[in-house]
Design a protein around this ligand. Structure first.
Ligand SMILES: O=P(O)(O)OC[C@H]1O[C@H](O[C@H]2O[C@H](CO)[C@@H](O)[C@H](O)[C@H]2O)[C@H](O)[C@@H](O)[C@@H]1O
Length: 248
């Protein structure tokens, strides 16, 4: 299927309205290009400064909302000091952490994930509140990863399956990016503004739908069906759209 068909010929978003919008940005595959491994993402050198400038222009109404651990986001976006939500809505900087304490079974769950990855030759990413098994290096491993993580979620009900791009994650049950948007939108800097969410992945669809349902809009980055009404092809297009707002 051609990309236009997959995206329903959706248009590019309108310009950001600095006095009206609250801007929420996903990280992997959205602000930055997908890389072969989680630790191999390339951060454009001017990205943290551009986010800082845009956040100032929005009077603080900008946040990064990601499935990554918060510590990863702080590392990769060092220099940007604004609000960030990590672990698919479970942890945050700039507001009260949605999840005060990890589920008690976290260590046991992570040990199972690590052991499976080691014995099966898969890439394991340990996260603050869960973990991910990555099969990007060998997509034929998808089914075994899905079966293993489904069985694990049955045994550890405090965690939920979170499908990602060439990976399956286990995150704390009950936390999500749309929940994070609802919490962020109550903060003084965000309250009363029009929510604008940009994301690329299945993990972003609830947040894209939330923005659409709350008098704002979503921007789907890349191919695929989406609740978002707008579309941009690549992360570099999103970065250009953000930069245009601060150039005026
Ligand atoms: O919510 P996001 O910011 O989009 O994060 C979702 C997950 O992204 C990361 O994995 C994905 O990106 C990797 C680097 O490009 C890629 O190698 C992997 O195949 C993708 O699934 C990250 O590693 C996860 O922790 C995030 O939850």
């Amino acid at each position: 299927m051609a990309m236009d068909d997959m995206t329903g010929n959706k248009p590019a978003p309108p310009a950001i309205e600095l006095a009206r919008d609250a801007v929420f940005l996903d990280f992997d595959g959205c602000l930055v290009e997908i890389a072969p491994r989680p630790d191999a993402v390339v951060i454009p050198p001017d990205l943290p400064a551009m986010l800082t400038t845009l956040a100032e222009a929005l009077d603080g109404a900008l946040a990064v909302v990601s499935g990554r651990s918060l510590r990863d986001l702080e590392h990769f976006l060092s220099g940007y000091a604004g609000p960030m939500v990590g672990s698919h809505g479970a942890e945050a900087r700039g507001m009260d952490p949605p999840l005060a304490e990890s589920p008690a079974e976290l260590t046991a769950l992570q040990a199972e994930l690590a052991r499976f990855a080691q014995t099966q030759g898969l890439l394991y990413e340990e996260k603050s509140h869960g973990g991910a098994l990555h099969f990007r290096a060998d997509p034929t491993r998808q089914q075994e990863v899905e079966e293993f993580t489904a069985a694990l979620a049955d045994r550890f009900p405090a965690f939920a399956i979170q499908p990602a791009k060439m990976a399956v994650e286990l995150r704390p049950e009950g936390y999500s990016k749309d929940g994070a948007l609802a919490l962020l939108s109550e903060l003084p800097d965000f309250s009363g503004r029009r929510p604008v969410y940009a994301g690329d992945d299945r993990t972003d669809e609830p947040a894209l739908a939330w923005a659409e349902a709350n008098e704002g809009y979503g921007i789907k980055i890349g191919e695929g069906e989406s609740a978002a009404r707008f579309h941009l092809p690549e992360p570099e297009d999103l970065r250009a759209w953000l930069a245009a707002a601060v150039r005026g």
